[in-house]
Design a binder for this molecule. Sequence first.
Ligand code: CTP
Ligand code: MG
Length: 215
Amino acid sequence: VKVAALIPAAGSGTRLGLGPKAFVPVEGRTLLGRSAAALAPHVHEVLIALPAGLDLPGDVPGRAVVGGDTRQASVLALLRATDADVVLIHDAARPFLPSRVIRDLLAAVQDTGAATAAMPVADTLVRADPAGDWGTLTPREGLWAVQTPQAFRRAALIAAHEAALADGHAATDDAGLIARAGQPVALVPGDARLLKVTTPGDLLIAQALARVWDA
Ligand code: CTP
Ligand code: MG
């Protein structure tokens, strides 16, 4: 079984505000470099979607593909650039990726065909009313927050992507596309350290975490 890691890294990092986010360093190593290095020992190849005109830094293991205007388009470009049987899709923006999560996903995908890292929700959840105040309490029991990595049989995911493209369906998540196609997705326990660096506040947390992670 050939396994490829596909890393969407073609975003512009608007909310962080420091240029293309994958190239932002955390304690001396870029978000992309950290993500790619975590995946490389577990797979046969690493493919990375980059913004047009940017090259892969020399210290990042992998092969570059030009990304698209959306994450969904970048993932489809990556899927079309590999012949692997199984793909592990992981956001460059989640730099702290434990090996245990990768191993569990690769085991789960053998059984189910699709699997995602996810965490049980710990906060109380409420839907705001139209004024922006407390509206309806949503019981958190049984609710999971979805992370990456996510593992799929490539043929099933490419079919789900092409169906979404044909329907004009916009997705933020690949596992959601598989579910939309009526196929099961296993929920594998993720890790609190898999936070997505989205805002300047997240970058502060990532800098603190990097000191522990790298020690
Ligand atoms: N991504 C991508 N191609 C795009 C948009 C996003 O490959 N056209 C990637 C990002 O590089 C990131 C992941 O998808 O690794 C998750 O996206 P997000 O956190 O939203 O990153 P950005 O789109 O770069 O950030 P922002 O939305 O703040 O501009
Ligand atoms: Mg984005």
